[in-house]
Design a protein around this ligand. Structure first.
Ligand code: PMP
Length: 366
């Protein structure tokens, strides 16, 4: 690409070049302040304007209703694995349901067990996390405080295309959207909590965004650390303590860029096209490349595949691709193979180059 490489990393991941250039231009002297935004008070007028604009633009992008608060948090999505049950469950014996569709929802479930009576309502483990259930097969506990899903499993490449209705009496659906946040339109009103680490689609690591229905805020378990209580951050406009200022600022630039592209409906079309040419190449390879994920739930963001010729050829594939400027294609260490992460900021040209390389590699190594 414009920087000599296409970066297919799963996260931290590639960011839009125009955003990086803008940050570079504003870095040393932010808006004539004589300081960078990293060096100034989080309570000063420049940062105040930056975080307010970031929130307003995110609200516009996702059409976040007034019923929901937007929070800029720290500790990664991993911290939300604990924060969600701490905020939504009355105590460790309060039940919660988890759809375990891959490594990340499994981690969320295991952490939630410490602060709730979390149970698995459906697991894709026996199928090696290559599918999602028909929603009627999710064994929901009517007493559960919430139903938790991971909307896109970053390692296994399984993505919800629609969302199950929570059948618990509180009607709360919670989603870890870390790896498909802002990649498509979402009806936020269907969710009690959405959370996402920024470092895939919308910014650098260091900030985690939570969108929380306001009536769910303020009932955290008494043991909840102040930093994990949604109320702390909702009452203080995400400025209770020093926030990750630079990361929030970059997210703001990304939101501006996504709006300028025409919003998430447009972004979604581009993402569907990019993923489409990649999956088509895999499926048209006559079994040379294999994507194990059931077609109807294949991720538009993370495309995992293997080579029928085995791990040695996968190694060669990844090494040759890197030589041609397509980097970070190695699959997660837990599953091996190849994984192309093609978030919002991956240009179509990067995916086209990968597809051409795949065809060429197959022709050279039949
Ligand atoms: N959930 C998902 C779906 C992820 O992809 C990741 C990170 N790869 C996490 C949670 C953990 O996020 P963090 O590293 O921000 O804690």
């Amino acid at each position: 690409g414009d920087r000599g490489v296409y970066n297919f990393a799963a996260g931290p991941a590639t960011l839009p070049l125009n955003v990086l250039k803008r940050a570079q231009a504003e870095l040393v002297d932010y808006h004539g302040s004589g300081m960078s935004i990293m060096e100034m008070s989080h309570r000063g007028k420049e940062f105040d304007a930056a975080i307010k604009k970031a929130e307003a633009d995110l609200r516009a992008l996702l059409a976040v209703p007034d019923t929901h608060a937007v929070l800029f948090l720290q500790g990664g999505a991993t911290t939300q694995f604990a924060a969600v049950p701490l905020n939504l469950c009355a105590g460790p014996s309060d039940p919660a349901d988890f759809v375990v569709s891959g490594s990340w929802s499994d981690k969320a479930f295991k952490e939630a067990k410490k602060f709730s009576a979390a149970s698995v309502a459906w697991s894709g483990k026996d199928g090696k996390y290559t599918a999602l259930p028909p929603f009627d097969d999710i064994k929901q506990n009517p007493e559960a405080r919430f139903l938790h899903i991971c909307s896109n499993e970053t390692i296994h490449g399984v993505e919800f295309k629609d969302y199950p209705e929570p059948r618990n009496k509180s009607g709360i659906l919670v989603a870890d959207m870390s790896s498909n946040f802002c990649s498509k339109t979402v009806d936020v009103s269907r969710f009690g909590v959405i959370y996402a680490g920024a470092q895939k689609n919308v910014g650098p690591s260091g900030v985690t965004i939570a969108i929380v229905r306001k009536d769910l805020i303020g009932n955290a378990q008494p043991i909840t650390p102040v930093m994990l209580d949604f109320k702390t951050h909702a009452d203080n406009a995400s400025l209770y303590n020093t926030p990750p200022c630079f990361a929030i600022y970059i997210c703001g630039l990304v939101f501006e860029d996504l709006l300028a592209q025409g919003g998430l409906a447009e972004v979604e079309k581009k993402n569907a096209y990019k993923a489409g040419i990649l999956y088509d190449t895999i499926d048209a390879s006559g079994g040379y490349y294999i994507c194990p994920v059931e077609k109807s739930v294949r991720s538009l963001m993370n495309v995992p595949f293997t080579l029928a010729k085995g791990p040695d050829f996968e190694k060669q594939f990844i090494a040759e691709a890197a030589k041609e400027g397509m980097v970070q294609l190695k699959g997660h260490r837990s599953v091996g193979g190849v994984r192309a992460s093609i978030y919002n900021a991956m240009p179509l040209a990067g995916v086209e180059k990968l597809v051409a390389f795949m065809k060429d590699f197959q022709a050279r190594n039949p």
